[in-house]
Design a protein around this ligand. Sequence first.
Ligand code: G3H
Length: 258
Amino acid sequence: TLKDVEPFLTLIESRNDLAAKLKLQYPLKDIFVVRGDADQNEMVKEELARLMAEELTGNLFKNAIVSVAGGSTMALVSKFLRPKHEGLLFVPARGGLGEDVAFQANSIVSHLAEVTSGQHRVLYAPDSISKASLESLKEEPMVREIIDLNSRSSMVIHGIGDALQMARRRNVTQEVMSKLDGEKAVGEAFGFYFDADGNIVHKVKTIGLQLEDLENKESIFAVAGGDSKKEAVKAYLKFAPQNTILFIDEAVAQHLLG
Ligand code: G3H
């Protein structure tokens, strides 16, 4: 009966309200808000990944190239993506970044390709490397191909993380930790750490997608849920390109409006 569904209708309405209010404040391509706080409930993260997979499917086309970043939220996307388009190619935006193998872009692209009967490429490049080695690695044909595909991809899918939490998870050196602390880093996305004003304060020296590449993408799907990421998302929106489609939960949404 209507009485039974009423509370749910109110909830749906309140989430749509949040997204509508956010869209007035932040000029992005689109904003989606899911119910709850991902820090409190793992299902919220799944719902974010599901929604992102659904929207991605709607935006994809035959032979599309997608750049993919790492993280635990990204790792859930393949669970919900369906084989609707032919010839998709998933490319890692980054190498390892010191993450667990399941959270590395290299693993995630292989799962996305599997569920869509598409293809993927792998980027074999160490996380931290000297500038000289990095430059010579960039000349390797296999690495060049990844750099080229990342610059040509139509879409990017990536997570946003809390800076210090990500740095700890990746076991960065004490030196990097002090730098992030000193520079007051609050957020991280594809290996770029940024402060509350959206200034990049530290870049992991690695190969892959460049910030400049983002401007010419058709869509950038950015996802983050959980109260612990609210400052990170707020800061990210200071430099997020207008072609960004943002997926957040209520915990983050409330903070962005505040
Ligand atoms: O690169 C990782 C993202 O910034 C966030 O990762 O989805 O595990 O929180 P997460």
